[in-house]
Design a protein around this ligand. Structure first.
Ligand code: 5GP
Ligand code: ZN
Length: 120
């Protein structure tokens, strides 16, 4: 996978389009949420825009409605996972390979379900 991944061969575009049969935890007009293949916490859900946006750095003001809708879906995921009351949760995006980005389709990790104080 390179930072030049296009929508045509993007694994998350395939998931968004239902090509891999991935179950959605939640979905909205501009975003879908599904469980991470390799969870790092009891709740580990990825929230991704339906449109292929490579990373956070590629977001521009014209994407405002998509990004707000995407962030609202992270909150909906947290609500459904029981994280809003008491538990707390973390929303993370990695931008660039040096930061650990391995899939070059924008995604926010929603992590929760245990104490996050010690999580890297
Ligand atoms: P990144 O490292 O780019 O921030 O996060 C990519 C995440 O996508 C990783 O946590 C990885 O486990 C997850 N992932 C990669 N391929 C798939 C897949 O085909 N299905 C699902 N559900 N998660 C995936
Ligand atoms: Zn994509």
């Amino acid at each position: 996978v390179t930072e030049r991944t296009s929508a045509a061969d993007c694994i998350f575009c395939k998931i968004v389009n239902g090509e891999l049969g991935t179950a959605f935890v939640a979905e909205s007009e501009h975003a879908v949420a599904f469980r991470d293949l390799n969870p790092q916490a009891p709740t580990h859900v990825l929230v991704v825009p339906r449109r292929h946006i490579p990373a956070l750095r590629a977001v521009s003001p014209k994407d405002a409605s998509i990004v707000v809708n995407l962030l609202a879906l992270t909150t909906e995921v947290a609500r459904r996972e029981g994280l809003l009351d008491g538990g707390g949760y973390r929303v993370i995006t990695n931008d660039g390979a040096a930061a650990g980005q391995t899939v070059f389709h924008l995604h926010f990790h929603v992590l929760g379900g245990r104490s996050l104080a010690a999580m890297g």
